[in-house]
Each structure stands twice: as C-alpha cells, then as structure tokens.
Design a protein around this ligand. Sequence first.
Ligand code: G1P
Ligand code: ZN
Length: 550
Amino acid sequence: MKIIVTPSQPYSDQKPGTSGLRKKVKIFQQEHYLENFVQSLFDTLVVPNDAVLVVGGDGRYHNRQAIQTIISMAAANGFTRVLIGQGGILSTPAASHVIRKYKTFGGMVLSASHNQGGIHGDFGIKYNIGNGGPAPEKITDEVFAKSKVIAEYKISDLPLVDIDTIGETQFAGAVSDQTFTVQVIDAVQDYADLMQSLFDFKAIRQLLASGFEMKFDAMHAVTGPYAKEIFVNRLGASTDSLMNCEPSEDFGGGHPDPNLTYAEELVKIMFAGENALDFGAASDGDGDRNMILGQNFFVTPSDSLAVLAANATLVPAYKNGIAGVARSMPTSGAVDRVAAKLNIPSFETPTGWKFFGNLMDAGQVTLCGEESFGTSSSHVREKDGLWAVLFWLNVIAVKQMSVEAILKAHWLEYGRNVYSRHDYEAIPTEAANSVIAHIKSQFSSLPGQVFGSYTVKLCDDFSYHDPIDGSVSNNQGIRVLFTDGSRIVFRLSGTGTEGATLRIYLEAYEPDSAKHHLDAQVALAEMIRIALQISQLVEKTGRVAPTVIT
Ligand code: G1P
Ligand code: ZN
C-alpha cells in the first residue's frame, strides 16, 4: 500500500453541531470535503500504534462511498484495523456498543440522524471516543480549528474494499511487516445479545404471546434488521408487528423522525379508537431516538424517562437500583421528581448526548434522557431507541397495565409536568437571530413582570459546569422561569441544515389529578401566548404556526 499526500484547500463551514458535522449531501460531495474533515479529526486524535477504528452508518445515500474514503484514509493515518458493520450499516447505539465491546480506539458514525436522506437530503459524520460516546467539545472544537487551515490529507491507494461479506481482508501496510485489516462484522447479533442480557425476554415473549398487540415502525431506517432479529426471531412477535423495516437510502422518501408529525402512518394505527393496538413505537434514521405510544395515547419523551426511572428495578439489568439520572436542560423536570423520591442525584446538562458521557463514566448516573425522543442508560454511551422500546415492554409485562394506565398512575403519584415543544423550522437565520436578540434584550426587565396568571422569576442563558472535568459550556439556551416553577425555553437548533430552526419548550407543573387528562396544548395555551408575546416571533419571522408540535 502506498500513502498519497494530497494537497487540499480548507472549507470554512466544518463546525460540528449538537451531534457531529451535518450538511446537505451536495456539500459533502464537494472535492476533498469529507477528506478534509476526516484528516482534521485524525490529526486531532493522535492515533496510537495498533489502533482499531469502528465505521458504520445508517445506510443513507452517500454512506457506502464515504466508508470507502474513510477506510483508505484510516489505513494512511496509522490505523491497523477497521471494523465495519456489514453493508456499512450500524445503528448509532450498536456502533457505541461495538466500540466498547471490542475496546477499540474510537468510531465514526455516518448519519444525519432524523434528517431526511437521499441525494437531496442530508449526510453527517460524527466521531465517538473509546468509551463509545460522542467526542466532547474539546475534541470537536479542535477539529474545526484544524479544518480551517488544512493544506493536505493522507490517503492510501487501497482498491475498493468488499464491505458486504462478513470476514477479514488483509492488505500489506505502508510500512514493511505491517498489515492493514478490514473486518466486516455482523451488525445485528452483538447488539441483540446486549439487549437480551439487559431485559427479561421471557416475560416480554409471554406478553407478546398473550394477545398483546404491538407495532414497531423502523421508518425505512437502520433499526429494521435489528427489530426483525429482536422482536420476531428472539421474542416471537408476528411479522406484522413490524412496519417499514427495509432500510432505504432515502427512508422511503420520508422524514425518519419518530414524532407525531412524521410517524404519521403509525400514529394513525395507534389512534384508531377501539381498533387501536396496545403498544406502538418508532425509531429514527440511525436508531437512537424512540417514540412510545399506547392505545390512543402519546407518551412525551420527558415523561417516558421519568416512568423508566421510577420502574427501573423491574428490569433485570437495573434490579439493584440506579445510581442517578441526567436530563438535558430543555427536558421536563418529571424525572427530577422521581430522583428526589428515590433519593438519587439528578443532573441538568446542555442539549446533546455528549454531555452525559462524563457522568456515566464516573458512575454518577445510570439513566439519561432528552425531550427530543432520546432515552438510554450506561449500557452504551449513546441514546438507544430499541432499548427504550424493550424497557417499556418489560415494564408492561411485569405490571400488566396499559401504557395509559401506567402514565396516569405515575402522574397521580408525582404530579404531571405538562410539556410541549414547538419547532419553527427553516426560518431565515437573520430573523431567528433577531428573535433571540429580542428576548435577550429583555433579560433585565422581565423578572417581576406579570403575564396573566404567571410572574417571571428570572431569565438567563443556560451555562453548564461539568462536575467531572470542570469544563464550561455557555449559551446553551434561553430560560424564562416563572415563580410557580413553570418555564419557557428558547433555543436555536444545532442540527438543522437549512436556515435556522427555533425551538420553544414549554413546561408547567400540574399537581391536580382532575386536570391530568387535559391535552398539553390546551393546558399550556396561556404559556404559548406568553412565549409568542415575549419573543415577538410572529412579527419577526412572519410564521403564524409551528412546523412541528410535540
Ligand atoms: C436535536 C435535539 C437534541 C439531540 C440532537 C441529536 O438537537 O434537540 O436533543 O441531542 O438533535 O439527536 P438540536 O437540533 O436541537 O440542536
Ligand atoms: Zn438519531
């Protein structure tokens, strides 16, 4: 093998966002674009001898081509072995597991998560460190700095590598005596084994055999093959409990985002009145998100995290209890109430899974979650869609209660943190910035102001001080906190690829069980009006309604 040093020009836009570098496919297809980013990353990492890299993606358009480039560059940058999911496919949680199980140096996950795929869609690349979790900001900031001055990259002259046949291919290395090995691994078995080691598969199998009807929607994305192995082969579910389980490069033309708007087909089945099934779930493009539905009933992700924490000891892996919980700042405080009752710590971190890694490595938390349909535990260092689905099935199998009954009982015990998120997608960046600037300009005047039945207590731009490594992350979202504990959070998305996406997160606490049945949009109507009044969003963006409400 020869190493070819190729001259290149820097791009100015390779700043990783909430979860890696995400851009339109067309941007990634520009000359040397991917190569520049990968080289900046390898230069940041300082690759040791005998380093092994895991590479896999969610199968979206451009995945296979990008994998060939990364293999060739890994060979030229000191890696001696690359582990590839068969067909180039690995779900994000499965990649995290493979990195941990085989104690590799790190891994590259090729995905733009829930963003649309296909030639006109998005592509993305994210680096995960040896603990299996997303690289911390210290690394991603340095990669960005290097990408702005890069002048050349190193690539080898390897031929196209077979990534579809399980097994190893060896190549003579650039240095004599050294070999470079490409190992194609079964993407599904390791992960399915991990799930089986955590949950009570016998109890779930009995539940599914008892007439309990479920539907899992893989949204034409990466979890399809995992779902077939786990639900059908190992848990005995019928094949019609699964839908959209053939992964496609453009996710069947859809938006692989498991929420009430984009998982429309599943929502219709689960809200079919008397004909609705007992349990419905969906996961996203790369398999790290989940949505949980009961019969005619939606579980907000914030509530889901709280319910899982409260019932963790019903699951074999957590039968001795959990060490602590963590949630991203915009996620509702429902899980904090459970932690208080269990007398375990709860942490509030910025948005993005990378902030949970240190807490889990230090053994301070076991369960983590985000309001954006992300839940997981320390079994990996990523959020994990199928894990959340299995957790719910395990809890239902033990409690023998419906999803709705579990939620109602939970609210009765803890009160309800009524919650909703309103997204305004693809607004012109300037208009979005002016909304944020307008809210910030009121920081000193808002406290004490009365809006209908609410009084502002304080407002700030959230900062996080990592208790483990002491790092500080500023500007993580604007919080308007009210005296009764309700709050409104405004934040610009760090994963969008078109204009800006403004998210408004609304939360109010309702202790009165007579009001727990109310629809969140009705219960939060006044807060929604206040959010629009404070932000002047309609006036500044011309948008009269959110794109997505969850
Ligand atoms: C969004 C979610 C965030 C999640 C991220 C990656 O980021 O809000 O919770 O970690 O996707 O899945 P955002 O677009 O808000 O920056
Ligand atoms: Zn995802």
